[in-house]
Design a protein around this ligand. Structure first.
Ligand code: FMN
Length: 444
């Protein structure tokens, strides 16, 4: 393990030298062609391998519909050149929102989603021509123990976890009976997403939210959805997929999965069962295989539970104020994400994996991403924080073969700070006209 360092690499040679010193074999190639190779998902051809990752903006109007800033963000993405846009966490029930400004899909909010999808597609056609068929995914979520629908914690927990819960006495675990309406809400949200014009829905099972909890619920008793049995722990997700498939005609199914939680067994997924913190991808690989067999066409690989180990999820230069620096160099975090996704992709050839963790690399991400694709360690490359900062990076890459250092995300964590302060979220550094005044509201 190497000490945390801020980003200080002026040239590719300096970055690669650092990786070598740390014993990291960072994929790298100068030719960027793999980023622009079209790929088919069923009958839909996606123009390039670049994906806007799901990134919450908390700028919905009260019924959960996209607000003014939501529309602005998604239009910037549509004009930005990515082949795929993965809509942020969108609640299937209001009480499962993590923030009063979180998007929610329901019958009332449906028309505004329809209008937004339609206008995003026509924007992309205008800018890039008729062959640029945006592929748009909607991430469906229930925030579970992190629910704050009115701005105050209102947790709904499936299984007590000492790494996340302070007091066992305070936790009232959900029963299978109480899960039924939540499952129905996921299924209904899938049918609404198809009506809205999305290509796919993501059954989100990551970052500590409700559906992610099932995967590590080894200690849950008396439930069809938990306990030592892998079948039980994956049943809820499979039932949601089957329900959505039954209720829709051509909607694709995807899933964002935390492949490694960084929480010891029996409370973490993708972690060695020997009590160590080592990554063990046996169960994640088994899950991805099972999901592909169930008809899941895309898996977006991620890691960690950001509330307790944010560096696993998004390697950063600076943490949010008051948080300690992690005990590792950010490049180790980047390498862990690339390696984890790569191992799953290579174990399940017919899965289409979206890779994560590229924003920390700044203007060097394209060369790393191209090599990852070339080595078949992912099928798509997702960008989260850099999409807030520099949504048109893919367009500039197509036009000029490179991107501008000064427009990239500096992984300063200001977007996360906005989110943690329950404010509308975006990049106060690179998109300062809109988000700097909002950031100034935070009392430091
Ligand atoms: C402000 C913020 C909001 C996020 N919202 C979501 C979300 O809605 N759904 C999700 O799966 N991940 C979310 N993430 C995680 C990102 O999608 C992504 O996995 C992470 O930032 C690492 O990728 P990057 O290095 O390109 O930023 C969020 C991250 C941040 C910083």
């Amino acid at each position: 393990m190497s000490k945390h360092e801020t980003f200080r690499y002026k040239t590719a040679e300096e970055l690669l030298k650092k990786a070598e010193e740390m014993g990291i074999n960072l994929p790298w190639q100068e030719t960027l062609d793999p980023l622009f190779q079209p790929v088919c998902l069923g009958e839909k051809e996606i123009q390039n391998r670049l994906v806007v990752h799901p990134m919450e903006g908390f700028d919905a109007i009260p019924d959960g519909s996209p607000g003014e800033l939501t529309v602005r963000r998604y239009h910037r993405y549509a004009e930005g050149g990515s082949g795929m846009i993965w809509f942020e966490a969108t609640a299937v029930v209001k009480e499962g929102r993590s923030n009063p400004g979180q998007l929610a899909i329901n019958r009332k909010s449906l028309p505004r989603y329809q209008r937004l999808i339609e206008s995003m597609r026509s924007t992309a056609y205008k800018v890039f021509g008729g062959s640029h068929n945006l592929y748009i995914v909607l991430q469906l979520t229930h925030s579970g123990r992190f629910s704050k629908p009115q701005g105050k914690p209102a947790p709904m927990v499936f299984c007590y976890n000492p790494h996340l819960d302070r007091d066992r006495q305070e936790i009232r675990e959900l029963t299978d009976e109480q899960l039924k309406p939540i499952q129905e809400a996921f299924i209904e949200a899938g049918t609404l997403a198809e009506k809205a014009g999305f290509d796919s829905v993501d059954i989100k099972a990551s970052h500590g939210y409700l559906l992610h909890e099932f995967l590590s619920s080894f200690t849950k008793e008396n439930s069809r959805y938990g306990g030592p049995s892998f079948e039980n722990r994956t049943r809820f997700i499979r039932e949601v997929i089957r329900g959505i498939q039954t209720g829709t005609s051509s909607l694709d199914i995807s899933s964002r999965i935390s492949l490694y939680d960084g929480v010891p067994h029996p409370y973490g997924f993708g972690v060695g069962q020997d009590g160590s913190m080592d990554m063990d991808l046996d169960e994640p690989v088994k899950l991805v295989r099972q999901l592909v067999q169930s008809g899941c066409c895309l898996i977006n690989g991620t890691m960690g539970i950001p509330f307790i180990n944010a560096h696993l999820n998004r390697p950063y230069n600076k943490p949010i104020p008051g948080m300690d620096l992690p005990d590792e160099h950010p490049l180790e975090g980047v390498a862990r994400l690339i390696d984890g996704v790569g191992r799953v992709q290579q174990a399940v050839h017919d899965a289409r994996l979206v890779g994560t963790g590229y924003s920390w690399l700044r203007h060097f991400f394209p060369e790393v991403a191209a090599a990852v694709l070339q080595q078949k360690k992912a099928t798509f490359i997702g960008l989260g924080r850099n999409s807030f900062a520099y949504p048109d990076a893919p367009k500039e890459l197509m036009q000029y073969g490179k991107i501008k250092k000064k427009k990239t995300c500096s992984s300063c964590s200001k977007c996360t700070e906005l989110m943690r302060n329950m404010l509308v979220t975006g990049c106060p550094v690179r998109d300062k006209e809109v988000y700097k005044p909002i950031y100034k509201k935070i009392k430091h």
